[in-house]
Write a protein that binds this ligand. Sequence first.
Ligand code: GCB
Length: 596
Amino acid sequence: MLYPTITPTRNVIELSGIWNFKLDNGETDPVLSAQKKLTNSSPMAVPASYNDIGVVKEIKEHIGFVWYEKEIYVPNDLEKQRIVLRFGSATHLAKVYLNGALSIEHKGGFLPFELEVNNYIEDGKLRITIALDNTLDHSTLPVGIYEEEEYESLGKVVRNLPNFDFFNYAGLQRPIKLYTTPHQFIKDVTIVTDHDGDHGTVKYSVDTNPKEGLVRVTVIDEDGNKVAACEGANGEISISDVNLWEPLNAYLYTMKIELINENQLVDVYEESFGVRTIKVEGGQFFINHKPFYFKGFGKHEDSPIHGRGFSDAVNVMDFNLMKWMGANSFRTAHYPYSEELMRLADREGFVVIDETPAVGLHFNFHATGAIKKEDSTWERLQTFDHHRDVLEDMIARDKNHPCVVMWSVANEAATEENGAFEYFEPLVELTKGKDPQKRPVTIITYIGSSPEHDKIAELVDVLGLNRYYGWYEHGGELDVAKVKLKAELEAWQKRCPDKPIMMTEYGADTMAGFHEVAPVLFTEEYQNEYLRINHEIFDETDVFIGEHVWNFADFATSQNIRRVNGNKKGVFTRERKPKASAHMLRKRWMTIPDYG
Ligand code: GCB
């Protein structure tokens, strides 16, 4: 699925701004609601999560459907072309009505979907009405727990508990666009690069609809010079004196694709790409044939006011803060991030581990160790089909991004329980099969998935470990934490010699401004000491390929007694002010080279 851009043959109209919004409290018939204009609606910003800007508890904590609506004119000129309505995402289940007619349904809150709308336009107008459901259960990703209880005095009480540690923000959280293409159009392009010395090769494959006409491909460098060209829907292009896409030193070429029919230029699309290679071998992670060390964060799409809503300003600032710190990479915990952010990462040279929304696939989370109360997560979950779909859609969306160097199939699933191997084996195979660049694959594990009990280590290329020795384990006992962490890392090396290990999460909740002379839980001193002892062990470990601190910034969670108005493991506050750890990490990362 190509990202919509303006080209000589294509147009894009942004539909961001104020939409009509209202909660659905179950009393309205969805068909009737969509057939006429919404009544009693209030203004809502798009893109944004509705929760925080709705202010009151009824909106913030609403469970179930909400309605969005916008009526637009479609300029006459556009009607000569294919007109496509594209949602960057709609969280989590969307039913889209066009001039009252149900036109598409989409499950999953973090990937784009689109539909052709020409036949829905009436008198030049399109009323777009969307019913959006934020309910999560055992079949959705992320996984939630849905409960209903009857009270004589209160009536029905409904709970939708996230089985994960971030606020279940919902709404139209990413840009919505109307774009056009000619009726004969470029549908997709796939790019795979390689290089040897200063010689780069670019294999490409262009999909057109219908499959006829001549495809012409031109590669353009950053100065606008044509460096190579080729004809045909599939081909291989050579670039001499190639400029590589390097971490924090990105070079982007543009592939200009032209579709020609009967000597007429029919469609033009431009895809930017980087020439780089990825390989895992001998306990190391190679980018461009050099061993790379990941320095950075598990992030979230989360900021005050916007919630999980897309903001270029937030993304640019976050990237600048990460560059300031010497970070070179991040993981899209715990869902695929916006396309706009991925394009920015391509351009800035951030190295990205791209994660699916598969989080919360665990019903025995707090029982660590071998013996479970209920060893049945994989019998109870109904996520497999949807998991397969989101993996395919994520790869289809992100396959050409040079920033993406590894796929994360899931975060902290019940990978120590019986059934985990059988669940994940086909998904890892699918990922490898669908990715034209054959990038490495990981499944991020939690502490219960120890070297003794884990069932999936042999499936992955990199062991992605989320470990909190010194916080959830041995909090306040940093000496013991060190010993335990070291022992676990050694046990992994015994079980999987030569498999690279990466710490994909480690962190300590820290209230900005809390201080003590002795490091005490929740103080800035403790966060620094916690990070320091972890680093001591990392630095002694062979096959250790990187460190992603949890988290870049404090973020919103649902209310519970383990969270003081959100998760405070950020190195920055939610408002992006540095805690002491930001300066400490900066000192460390500035001295660790990207390639080691
Ligand atoms: C984890 C989860 C992450 C949580 C974090 C924490 O292991 O992957 O989503 O936010 O721990 O702070 O507990």
